[in-house]
Design a protein around this ligand. Structure first.
Ligand code: 5AD
Ligand code: SF4
Length: 471
């Protein structure tokens, strides 16, 4: 899950279509749109759909909100602190609006869905509240605001997948891109607000997904990440009505676009990930050997309260299947500390499963009760905040050791790396990821961004492998 805000800017030379669109009448008559995104990759991907809809309706994007006619904040509700961050940022936009009263400020995404019209009452300077399934209505809603009304559309849909909309790649490196393959979630994990904010699960048609991957490849992109809340339950009828395309088949279809196009995906669900998916990953060299498989807790009783619908044993069986079928697979996870009723022994079970798997990477959180979820209705949030935090510290500490162990294991080995850009620290070094998703930094040599290179690992920190290119 990405947590940092990014600002929207179209600076993607590789995608000629969009560059042309922006250059058609640069500045002339086009209104300026600024979008800031928070939360998961799906939200960032949605902002690219929003930008596409508005570029088709007379807008151009800007990287400066003070400059903008329309300012959108695409919000996240997953934990309370994500919502707090958005509220702080809305304060900045409100001040800008006082200076420039014509500016339209809109709240998009999960917070819009969760708080609905309450937002307009609470946050007086917000003009527009739009949920994740209503983005096609944005031009309409903006027109209503311009007529002096405030507008809300938070209707959730059972069909909307934005399949026909070609996203405008925002803040793109021109090499890696996200493709949204499904929307919503039917899982009802008891801690999670997503089924309420993003609605029912629906899969996008495979033809439009493959077309998007092909278009990206032809525009110079070399890696796509297929996005869904639970990619393993992807299911769609193929061109021939009898044939059902499941996630394994979809992976193969996208991998067939070109051996030079890397395919990644997120997020997998332990209850749904099949051996067929694992065999497909093993079969195709361009499907990356990396799986994000959230565990949440290592204790079966807690997992049941979380409504995760698998036990500790089931999860371990899936890890064993991954290790058997894809021996060098990178594995990452999500962990929540201090869920309702979690005891010290339950917490020890989480630490022990971490020792067993030795994850390459983990996203780790304290439990944050979300209004309206099953857990908020049924269970008391009874683990004190300082206990949640102490347990989280133990989890983070353990993970740091495992990340270091995994990277140290990569030293002396040769890695195929797709060059994504310059290293943060030096313009003499490139960075990119290996098959297992580890970030690798190395001197540039005579290569360019978008090339594949073989890099031998020489040293590492707990987050990065450092090496040099070998021919
Ligand atoms: N509190 C803490 N973490 C949560 N997540 C989802 N909901 C909550 C919550 N209420 C975490 C889960 C999920 C990740 C995206 O966010 O670990 O996998
Ligand atoms: Fe939330 Fe569970 Fe769905 Fe993930 S699978 S989005 S945690 S309900």
């Amino acid at each position: 899950m990405l947590e940092s805000p990014i600002q929207s800017k179209v600076h993607d030379e590789a995608r000629q279509g969009e560059a042309l669109l922006l250059e058609k009448e640069p500045g002339k008559g086009r209104r300026k749109l600024y979008i800031e995104s928070y939360g998961c990759q799906m939200n960032f991907s949605d902002s690219e759909i929003v930008a596409s809809i508005l570029l088709d309706n007379g807008f151009e994007t800007t990287g400066y909100y003070n400059d903008a006619d329309v300012v959108f904040i695409n919000t996240c509700s997953i934990r309370e602190n994500a919502e707090q961050r958005v509220r702080t940022r809305l304060g900045d936009f409100k001040r800008a609006k006082r200076e420039n009263p014509g500016m339209i400020v809109g709240v998009l995404g999960c917070m819009a869905e969760r708080l609905k019209s309450k937002f307009l009452e609470e946050e007086k300077l917000v003009d527009l509240v739009v949920g994740p399934d209503a983005y096609r209505d944005l031009p309409n809603l903006i027109a209503k605001v311009e007529d002096g009304n405030r507008s809300v559309n938070v209707l959730l849909s059972r069909e909307e997948t934005y399949a026909d909309i070609s996203p405008v790649r925002l803040n793109s490196n021109g090499i890696t891109a996200f493709i949204s393959i499904m929307r919503g979630c039917d899982n009802m994990c008891s801690f999670c607000v997503v089924p309420f904010t993003r609605g029912r699960e629906r899969s996008r048609d495979p033809e439009s997904i493959v077309k998007e991957a092909k278009d990206l490849f032809e525009a110079g992109y070399r890696e796509v990440t297929l996005l869904g809340q639970n990619v393993d339950s992807y299911k769609h009828k193929g061109e021939n009505d009898e044939e059902i395309v499941n996630f394994a088949k979809l992976l193969a279809l996208v991998a067939d676009v070109s051996p030079l196009l890397r395919v990644r995906f997120s997020t997998s669900h332990p209850k749904d990930i099949t051996d067929e998916v694992l065999h497909t990953i093993a079969k195709y060299p361009n499907i990356c050997n990396y799986i994000h498989l959230p565990i949440q807790s290592g204790n079966s009783r807690v997992l049941e309260l979380m409504n995760r619908t698998y036990s500790r044993e089931w999860y371990i069986d899936r890890i064993n299947a991954i290790r058997r079928i894809i021996p060098d697979c990178g594995i990452s996870t999500d962990i929540i500390s201090g869920f309702c009723t979690e005891t010290e022994e339950d917490h020890q079970d989480t630490l022990s499963i971490m020792d067993l798997v030795q994850y390459d990477y983990a996203y780790m959180f304290t439990y944050s009760e979300r209004p309206g979820t099953l857990a908020a209705k049924r269970y008391e949030d009874d683990v004190p905040e300082e206990v949640k935090k102490r347990r989280l510290t133990e989890i983070v500490h353990k993970q740091r050791g495992h990340s270091l162990f995994r990277l140290e294991n990569q030293i002396g080995k040769v890695h195929r790396v797709l060059i994504e850009g310059y290293s943060k620290k030096s313009d003499q070094d490139y960075c990119g990821r290996n098959d297992q998703n580890a970030m690798v930094v190395f001197p540039k040599g005579s290569y360019k961004i978008g090339d594949y290179v073989n890099v031998i690992g020489e040293t590492c920190t707990s987050a990065t492998l450092i090496g040099r290119i070998i021919d």
